[in-house]
Ligand binder design. Structure first.
Ligand SMILES: NC(=O)c1ccc[n+]([C@@H]2O[C@H](COP(=O)([O-])OP(=O)(O)OC[C@H]3O[C@@H](n4cnc5c(N)ncnc54)[C@H](O)[C@@H]3O)[C@@H](O)[C@H]2O)c1
Length: 265
């Protein structure tokens, strides 16, 4: 399988040595032959970040211990995660960095870039739109939308802000696959509906509201306050002010535990 890194400018092309179709379609865009647990998927993204750094440093092999330490997990968990995608290292040698990178990218559906549309370019949206790191990791911001006449027509990072009424046309023209909602909560559902109608099937929601979507559309909610509440719980537990075990009331569980949480829990 050849991995096409698309438009990501800072990464070098790396061919996979795995023959086409050989047990790699575990979590690819076409649907899972073997399901990969959600927590493993979250950790694969962390492994990929580490692997990318190693590639950029010119490294060719990495041990499971080194990769695990850099990702903040233990090496047994890392080996189990990688076994889900059919990757096993060579005993005493480790993993081939380029091959493992290609395999993780294929599993995460990153063999082609995902054009991102960001709706709501206020405080948060403006900061997200101006962050170049998304494009480097395969998620170029292709469209920006708002309803504020003072923002429509301005440019952020070389992308013009377009009125939200143009979502269907612009998303279709630019092949948008991921929509980011950074509007006030009251506008979020309507914005989400427009994105879905435009064919967007993956939505990242920053607004503090639950979005209703049809089957086949994936929504991930980002709530930094929830993450801080989880951190607060761990700090309080270390200081003995909450029970060490048992259900915690009054906090909302995060949608997916991060690898670090998985280790420290
Ligand atoms: N999840 C988190 O951790 C987190 C953190 C900060 C803010 N937020 C949330 O993110 C959202 C944005 O916060 P902010 O501080 O940037 O707010 P903001 O008021 O600065 O920006 C909101 C923008 O959305 C635009 N907007 C309003 N209605 C719209 C519509 N129908 N279509 C398109 N654009 C529309 C506004 O014109 C404005 O530019 C809020 O819902 C806020 O609660 C979440």
């Amino acid at each position: 399988m050849t991995v096409d890194r698309g438009t990501r400018p800072t990464r070098r092309a790396v061919p996979s040595t795995r023959p086409p179709g050989e047990g790699l379609a575990t979590a690819d865009a076409g649907g899972a032959a073997r399901p990969v647990p959600a927590a493993t998927v979250a950790r694969l993204a962390v492994y990929l970040r580490v692997l990318t750094t190693l590639l950029d440093e010119g490294r060719t092999v990495v041990s499971s211990e080194e990769l695990a330490a850099a990702a903040g997990v233990n090496s047994a968990k890392l080996r189990k995660d990688l076994s889900h995608i059919g990757s096993s290292g060579v005993r005493g040698v480790g993993y081939e960095v380029s091959r493992l990178t290609a395999e993780v990218e294929a599993t995460l559906g990153l063999t082609q870039p995902h054009a991102v549309a960001l709706v709501g370019v206020g405080n948060l949206g403006h900061a997200l739109a101006g962050y170049g790191g998304f494009a480097q990791r395969g998620f170029p911001v292709a469209a920006l939308f708002d309803v504020d006449p003072a923002l429509v027509g301005t440019e952020i990072g070389g992308v013009e802000v377009v009125h939200a009424s143009e979502i269907p046309r612009v998303c279709a023209e630019r092949g948008v696959t991921i929509g980011v909602v950074a509007t006030p909560a009251r506008a979020a559902q309507e914005v989400c509906d427009h994105l879905v109608a435009a064919g967007v099937r993956s939505i990242l929601n920053f607004a503090p509201t639950v979005l209703a979507v049809p089957a086949g559309v994936e929504v991930r909610k980002v709530d930094l306050a929830v993450e801080m509440q989880v951190l607060s719980f761990h700090v309080a537990r270390r200081h003995g002010s909450v029970p060490a075990a048992g259900p915690v009331t009054g906090t909302t569980a995060p949608t997916a535990p991060t690898p670090r949480e998985a280790v420290t829990r």
